[in-house]
Design a protein around this ligand. Structure first.
Ligand code: PEP
Length: 255
């Protein structure tokens, strides 16, 4: 099955509301009507509204970087799925390794967020991946399997068809070290096989599995040519229009 490639930009804790809108306007000019690849930008919460306005009417979609699983309540500092929907977000990154490692997010918590995202018609971009120590110990596939099994507990097959998975080896995030295309494809193929077991063939064939970890215009083409790599989750290279646009065009196969 051919899956349209997707390039998602994770801006992390970068860009004020005004700076985010300026970047989004540049993206709209360059690829706002580009339909050979899907595009999602994920600004910080404080820039969601200005970026939503900037991309309005274009093909670029809006995502958040995190959310709480409850719809409302006494959760100081948190933001809920209905709040994101009200700002026209359609996607949400969940379980990023920075959330897991720096903010103590467990698979149990990520699972609650995944279920809440689906309940609120937000498409989760669920991040999984191993640390350097886990790769060196030969436990990459075991780690990814245990994350996916726990994070997807209770997700129906219909919901799963709308899931996006991002395989992000932690040792490659923001380090300039990129997984080789073969290393990445091996894990992506494993993930597709596991998703087939967990969610059935039809859903597993529809789920896009993105690679994340120092993806840049210089290494994108080789990664994106792999059978089970359906796009990229981009950190550093998403902060400038020029590199992000090049990645989008590499994914679309048409400059
Ligand atoms: C990320 O944090 O999701 C990421 C892939 O970052 P970078 O592209 O900077 O490695």
């Amino acid at each position: 099955m051919s899956r349209k490639k997707l390039i998602a930009g994770n801006w992390k804790m970068n860009k004020t509301s005004a700076d985010g809108a300026a970047l989004a306007r540049e993206l709209v000019l360059a690829v706002g009507s580009y339909s050979d690849a899907d595009i999602v930008v994920c600004p910080p919460f404080t820039a969601l509204e200005s970026v939503a306005t900037a991309i309005d009417g274009s093909l670029i979609k809006l995502g958040a970087q995190n959310m709480h699983f409850e719809p409302s309540g006494a959760f100081t500092g948190e933001v809920s799925a209905p709040m994101l929907r009200a700002l026209f977000a359609t996607h949400v990154i969940l379980g990023h390794s920075e959330r897991r490692d720096l903010f103590g997010e467990t698979d149990e918590l990520v699972n609650k967020k995944v279920l809440a995202a689906f309940k609120n018609q937000l498409r989760p971009i669920l991040c999984v991946g191993e640390s350097l120590a886990e790769r060196e110990a030969g436990s990459t596939l075991k780690k990814v399997q245990s994350q996916l099994e726990r994070d997807l507990e209770g997700v129906s097959r219909d919901q799963a068809a709308g899931l996006i998975v991002a395989y992000e080896p932690i040792w490659a995030i923001g380090t300039g070290k990129v997984a080789t295309a073969e290393q990445a494809q091996e894990v992506h193929a494993f993930i597709r096989g596991l998703l087939t077991k967990l969610q059935g063939e039809a859903a597993a064939q529809r789920i896009r599995i993105l690679y994340g970890g120092s993806m840049k215009p210089a290494n994108a083409a080789e990664l994106l040519s792999q059978k089970d790599i359906d796009g990229g989750l981009i950190g550093g290279a998403a902060l400038e229009a020029r590199s992000f646009v090049e990645l989008v065009k590499a994914a679309g196969g048409k400059p």
